[in-house]
Every structure is written in structure tokens, then in C-alpha cells.
Design a protein around this ligand. Structure first.
Ligand SMILES: C[S@@+](CC[C@H](N)C(=O)[O-])C[C@H]1O[C@@H](n2cnc3c(N)ncnc32)[C@H](O)[C@@H]1O
Length: 207
């Protein structure tokens, strides 16, 4: 068995032992260990939340004084605590007005997106769909985050990657690119992180 296969089996086994429905938990865990995204009491939007690993991790980190709004076209497959609200929705059509009031007056502390398109087998088509989801996540982040809030978005690296990164740089004080070790070696997915949402203002378009 090759080293990459052994590594992926290790993450899959660990996820099962720790009662997470998907290995993707270790991507968020690594990102969080590196940049300390979540605090107790935080209000977080989790885009592309199904089957629910990130939701479970975030809900544990923010605790019962916090809030997680988990959004996906597909249902969560895990039981979640009372401070998680699940919304079944297509993020591309989501009415931001339905989510904004949930944070109260302040806005959300973090918006994270692990959204990914169904892969088509055509790298360019998949990259372009991933870019569309990333841009939508960033738009929602710009609308929903409090000043100082943080953003994490998954994107398949392609020709639009620099546009996406530059947009994050415009909106946030600091931009980081993170490729967690648990990402499969053949995958071109990467996470673009924006730390410290600048004061809200008009949101320039990038598409
Ligand atoms: C890699 S999975 C997310 C795994 C999840 N973070 C976890 O830890 O369990 C990607 C998710 O993105 C969701 N997704 C893709 N396009 C979407 C859209 N337009 N609106 C909402 N969810 C979407 C898919 O339904 C899928 O559940």
C-alpha cells in the first residue's frame, strides 16, 4: 500500500473512532490550530456543512453560549447540540436576510466554507464551479461578518485562484493560504483564509 493511501486510511479510521462522519474534520482542525479561529461564545456560519464534521467541531469549540448556523443543500447525518441551527439551502440562492438576524446586532464572528461542487471529471469545469462557490461564500462572509471577523473558504486551485486571493486581501486585514496535511496529495483544493474583516463598505464584484 502506498504512503498516501496509508495516510488517508489513517484519517478515515481516526474520524470513525472520534465519531466524526467525514475526514474533512482534520482539515479544519489543522487550520484552527494554526490560526485560532474559534472562541467560546462565537457565532459562526458553516457553509457546505453536510455530513457534519466541521459543524460538530465548531459547535464544540464555541460551546453552548455560541451559535453555529450550518447550511447545506443536503441534510446533516449527525445529531447536533441545541446551539446549532441547520438550514437546508443552496448557498448560491440563499437570502442573506434569512441568516443575518440570527447573529443579533453584532454580525457573525466567522464564516467558513467547505463547499465543493460534485466533480465532473473535467478539471476546468470543476475549478470554475468551485470558484463560483468560493465567491458566493466570500460574498456571504462580507455581508454577515462583524468588523474583525474571520473567513475560511475552500477553492480548487485554478486560473481564478489569484482573483479569489486578491479579493480576500481587499476585504481582510490578513490573508493566508493553507493546504492542510490531510488533503489528498492528488487534490488541488486549498483554503483561503481572511483574518480581520475590514470595516464594512460597498462590496466590489470579482466576477
Ligand atoms: C466536502 S463536503 C463538506 C464536508 C463538511 N464540511 C463536513 O465536515 O462534514 C462539501 C459540501 O458542499 C455542499 N455544497 C456544494 N454546493 C453547495 C451549494 N450550492 N449550496 C450548499 N451546499 C453546497 C455539498 O452538498 C457537500 O455537502
Amino acid at each position: 500500500m502506498c504512503a498516501e493511501r496509508r495516510r488517508q486510511d489513517h484519517f478515515a479510521r481516526r474520524a470513525k473512532q472520534e465519531n466524526y462522519p467525514a475526514r474533512s474534520i482534520y482539515k479544519l482542525e489543522e487550520i484552527d490550530k494554526r490560526i485560532h479561529l474559534f472562541r467560546r461564545g462565537d457565532k459562526v456560519v458553516d457553509l457546505g456543512a453536510s455530513p457534519g464534521s466541521w459543524t460538530l467541531y465548531i459547535s464544540d469549540k464555541v460551546g453552548s453560549t455560541g451559535l453555529v448556523v450550518a447550511i447545506d443543500r443536503n441534510p446533516l447525518t449527525v445529531g447536533v447540540p441545541g446551539h446549532v441551527t441547520y438550514l437546508q439551502a443552496n448557498a448560491l440562492e440563499l437570502d442573506v436576510g434569512a441568516v443575518r438576524p440570527m447573529s443579533g446586532d453584532q454580525g457573525f464572528d466567522a464564516v467558513v466554507s467547505d463547499m465543493a461542487p460534485r466533480t465532473s471529471g473535467n478539471k476546468f469545469v470543476d475549478q470554475s464551479r468551485s470558484f463560483e462557490l468560493f465567491v458566493r461564500a466570500l460574498e456571504l462572509g462580507a455581508e454577515l461578518l462583524r468588523p474583525g471577523g474571520h473567513f475560511v473558504g475552500k477553492i480548487f486551485q485554478g486560473e481564478d485562484f489569484e482573483k479569489a486571493r486578491d479579493r480576500v486581501r481587499q476585504l481582510f486585514a490578513t490573508c493566508k493560504i493553507i493546504r492542510p496535511r490531510s488533503v489528498r496529495s492528488e487534490s488541488y483544493e486549498i483554503y483561503v483564509v481572511g483574518l480581520g474583516r475590514k470595516q464594512s463598505g460597498p462590496i466590489p464584484r470579482i466576477m
